[in-house]
Write a protein that binds this ligand. Structure first.
Ligand code: DX5
Ligand code: ZN
Length: 216
């Protein structure tokens, strides 16, 4: 089952509540929430109080993508703020296995994100214990960048490992996904699609989501 996860990084923050409601109304499956600390990535976005303030506006699951150093320090706070899935970066955590178990101990889903240059092989042994792997298809930090083509190979490799070690594993892609490449990326094996600029382009959320789903 294909899931669309709009990234609210590209939402209009002056009317964030309205945009969130519009995502639910127009068939989004998850709300993708990009948290950036200005250390792990060269940009600062938003944090826990914002997530809390939008939690009651929708029933959609919150897919929280932590682009922060040593994310284990804040897991409990993000769980309390209403996260349903927490994704931590492989590159940001020296004890990723421990952090994954810690996230799962709160009864929510756990995922690992891989920067473009990080091989899929790095997380091979974690796969049986993960709910999802996020393949970054741009360098994290900003919306509106171009899909990096060599990442397609990584999606295919992950699909093979998923088939072998965890048939339930969700494969999420994030960065540069739009109506022109979503079908192709789905064929490589991805089934959760983050899209920021493609969903919020010109404020036409309904039409943009419909176009993304296209003939998937
Ligand atoms: C990038 C973020 C993405 C970003 C995607 O660091 O993780 O979720 O918002 O934006 P688009 O879809 O515009 O590439
Ligand atoms: Zn993201």
């Amino acid at each position: 089952m294909i899931k669309i996860a709009p990234s609210i990084l590209s939402a209009d923050f002056s009317k964030l509540g309205e945009d969130i409601k519009s995502l639910e109304k127009n068939g989004a499956d998850l709300v993708h929430i990009d948290v950036m600390d200005g250390m792990f990535v060269p940009n600062i976005s938003f944090g826990i109080p914002i997530i809390k303030s939008i939690r009651n506006l929708t029933k959609l699951p919150f897919d929280v993508h932590l682009m922060i150093e040593e994310p284990s320090r804040y897991i409990e706070d993000f769980v309390k703020a209403g996260a349903d899935i927490i994704t931590v970066h492989y590159e940001a955590d020296r004890h990723i296995d421990r952090t994954i178990n810690y996230i799962k101990s709160f009864g929510i889903k756990a995922a690992v994100a891989l920067n473009p240059a990080t091989p899929v092989e790095s997380i091979k042994y974690l796969i049986p214990n993960l709910d999802m792997v996020l393949i970054m298809t741009v360098n994290p930090g900003f919306g509106g960048q171009k899909y990096i083509h060599y990442c397609s190979e990584k999606i295919k490799e992950l699909k093979v490992l998923g088939n072998k070690f965890n048939k339930e594993l969700m494969i999420e892609v994030d960065g540069g996904i739009g109506k022109d490449n979503i079908k192709e990326v789905a064929e490589y094996g991805a089934n959760v699609f983050v899209a920021g600029s493609a969903v919020f382009k010109d404020g036409m959320i309904a039409q943009n989501i419909k176009e993304l789903r296209g003939d998937l």
